[in-house]
Structure formats: C-alpha cells, structure tokens
Design a protein around this ligand. Sequence first.
Ligand code: HEM
Length: 512
Amino acid sequence: MVSLTAASVVPVSCAMALLGVGCLAAALLAFLLVRQLVKQRRPPGFPPGPSPIPIIGNIFSLATEPHVFLKRQSEVHGQIFSLDLGGIMTVVLNGYDCVKECLYHQSEVFADRPSLPLFKKMTKMGGLLNCKYGKGWNDHRKLACNSFRYFGSGQRLFERKISEECMFFVDAIDGHKGKPFNPKHLVTNAVSNITNLIIFGQRFTYDDRDFQHMIEIFSENVELAVSGWALLYNAFPWIEYMPFGKHQKLFRNATEVYDFLLEVIKRFSHGRVPHVPRHYVDAYLDELEQNSGDPSSSFSYENLIYSVGELIIAGTETTTNTLRWAMLYMALYPNIQERVHREIDGVLTNGRAPTLEDKHKMPYVEAVLHEILRFCNIVPLGIFRATSQEAKVNGYTIPKGTMVITNLYSVHFDEKYWNEPGVFSPQRFLDSSGNFVRREAFLPFSLGRRHCLGEQLARMEMFLFFTTLLQRFHLQFPPGTVPTVTPKLGMTLQPKPYSICAVRRQQKFPGS
Ligand code: HEM
C-alpha cells in the first residue's frame, strides 16, 4: 500500500483550493455581471434615451456640464427621456411643460428622494433634504418651516438682524479699501450667518476659523456629491473599500462636519428651557422630548445633526453663489450696474439703509436678481427626486422608486418661454413701463412638495445684501483682468474664484 506523506498531499490540496477559489470568484463575477446587465434593462413602457455602455451605462456622459448635455439629449429623445447610471435607471425631465406636469400636477408622485448608497451613507435617508417622502419628512419639514417663520422671516425684528449683517458685510469689504479681493469667504460668512441666527440664535464672526473650515469642506462635498466618483459609488457601493478615490474625501469631510455640528449643537442648546425655544435647535429638542415615547417618531439626535447640516449648507451654498454671480455680472456689465445705482439712489434718499418695503419700488434691481437666478442656474439639476409610486407621463410608465433628475437649466433656457435665452438681459423681467413682471418658466427654487423651503428667506437676503452692497460700492475688475464666466461644476454652479475691487461711491441724491 502506498502511504501519502504530508509533503505530497499539500501541493495537490493547495492547487485544488486555489482552483476552488478561482471558480468561486469567476462564478461571483459572472453573477454580478448578469445582475448588472439585468439592472441595466429598461423596464417596459420606460422612456427612451441615449445608448448606455455595458456596466457603467451613461455615467461618463455626465462628467462635463451635465445640464447642457441633458438638454441636448432632450432635443433628440424628447422632453422626458431615460439614462442608465450604472444600473440606476433614471428619468430626466426637461423643459417647463414637462417639469410642471410632473412636479406640480403630479406633486405627490414625484416627491420622493432616491435611495442612493451615497445618501444612505451620509444621512441614512433621514434628516430633511434627503429624507424619504413620508411621515419623517413631513415632521421635519413642518418643524423647519415653523421655525423659519417663528425665528426668521415671519418676524419684523429679523429684517433688522439681516440689515445688521449687511452692515458687518459692507464694513468688512470696506477694509479692502478698493483693492482687489476674492469676495467668496466674506459672502459665504455673511450669508450663512442669517441661517445661523435661525438655527443657533447667533452669528459667527468672520474670523471664526473653525466655522469657516466646516463650511469650506461641506461646500466641497456639494461639489463632490455629483462627481464621477460619487456616481460610481452609487452604482458600485463596494468601491467604498478602495482606499483611493474622491468618494473617500467626501466621507472624511462628512465625518468632520458632523463632529463639528454635534459640538455646536451642544454649545447652543446649553441653558435651554423646555418649551421656551430660542432657536431651531431648541425647538427640535422640544419635539424630540415630546415624542420620546413614540416608537414611530423620526425625531432623533442623529436626525437633528443631519437637518442642521442640510439647512446650513442649503441656505449658504445657494444664496452665496447667487450673490457672487451678481457681483461678477455687475462688474461685467457697467451699464446694468449704473442703472442699478441710479434706482437705488432714487429710492434710498439721504443714504438710508434699504428695507424690504423698498423692494416694490426697485423693479430694476428685482429684474437683475431674477435674471441672475435664471441665467446662472444656481442649482441646475435641482436635487435628485424619485417617484413615490408608479407614474404615467406623456404615455410612458415610470415605476415606483425611479430616480428623477429635474433639469431646471432646461426650464430657464426653454426657447418656448424665453426669447434668446442665452443672452443676459434683466429687461425680460420688465414690461414696457418698467414694472417688474413675473415669468412663469422661472423655477430656480423648483416646484411642488419638495420645492425650496428657504425661498422667502433667500429672497429677503438677496435683496438686502445686494442693495446694501451696490448702494455703497462701485464694483469693477482689477485693471486688465476679466474673469471667466464658465462655472465651476457641482450640485450648484458657482463662479470660479475671481478678484474684484469694491470702490466706495459717493451716493448721488435725486436732483444733485
Ligand atoms: C438663491 C437661493 C436658493 C436657491 C436657488 C435654492 C434652490 C433650491 C432647489 C432647486 C431645491 C430643490 C427642490 C427640489 O427637490 O426640487 C431646494 C431645496 C431646499 N432648499 Fe433651497 N434654495 C435657495 C436657498 C435656500 C435657503 C436660504 C434655505 C434655508 C436656509 C434652503 C433650504 C432648502 C431645503 C431644506 C431644501 C430641501 C426641501 C425638501 O426636500 O423638502 N434653500 N432649494
């Protein structure tokens, strides 16, 4: 009988084991491939769209200027068409008619947010902005709206607080004595302080490095959230375990932001008296305590951190970028700036500070701010939506849970509603007598159930900051420079960093 020694057994079993592992890996790969290809099949009745590449679908077509690419695709495939984002079947809505049909006429059907791996990882589909449509969202939205009314835009005193911030802002700009500076940090700080007043009851000084750093990395995340890496992560969440890639930076930033928010929430809730809320955080903690015995309650410390973060970034990134574009365009079009100066001087006689009551007396300023919002498309693709139930649109069937992209840029450049949409012209918001006119296809704040919660606040801020700034300064580029107007891409469109000179002006009073 032949006896097998250990030495002869080991290589054979080792090779068998390797073969086994290899077969298993191949089977797993084949399984994943088949699953991916099945996921990439358009469901019956689904809108058509550009041909996808196997596995990754249309992800890479969104790499540069996705809003422009998607509008061009709508000219080929129709106002509603589909995309395959690596197995995530997505519907894109283009043009005013189509966006209105879905977001307004079928408001509830299109009110959900997609359960994307990135959102799940960031906020577990809780909080407010990324929250799934349902009781949790309803409770959080109601609390935020009430707090905004109670501690913010519903209060007469609040307007004074914004005016105070406007003064800090223009005084800080004055510090540059007409020399070139990049306005980004000052605008960001000033604007975020308005939201901070509602959320924490206090502002942060312009030299608060910790707050500035938090806003900086949070804002970086707004950019990273729609980067190619984020889209890849949504399609293939296992890339989380790859040590490189921009998604890793996104996760690190998020952890840092949440740690910071936790600290500030603790600091500003110190000394809280139950049922006597001083700000949003106090009001949230009241709700949390009142519902502590209810297992179905969505109020939690974790969701408090998420919603505070979402309110800060949604309020800061958008209004800041609008004002930064406004400053850039004023310097770019001196004739428009001059007309703004004339209108401000005519209304704010004796150099008094602007109030919201002056708004209806300044139709040109209103027209300029509206044209900035239309032309610059601050949130070009809105915030991704999802269908909360099966939807029927233009004869197509869209299953429940489908991701939906609302191309707001295509609404603002919709030739059916705008004459020469590619031309920057505040005049389009004025009638022949110079009165301000509302335009239907103007949706910078989106539409329907999930429309922007901060619209009223943003409008107050934009008017007061813009008029206070232009009342005091003439804006011009440093001699010999003209910055690019090509935007920096992200979830929001922002100007690339630029330098500007804010030169103090002598206000001209009527008759002088
Ligand atoms: C010029 C300024 C602003 C613009 C252009 C803007 C635009 C938008 C857009 C397009 C959406 C997506 C709505 C959708 O899902 O279709 C949105 C949502 C939202 N915005 Fe704004 N926004 C601005 C200012 C603000 C401010 C000041 C706040 C609060 C401080 C704010 C808070 C929010 C919140 C919480 C949501 C999510 C609403 C929800 O999911 O229920 N926004 N905004």
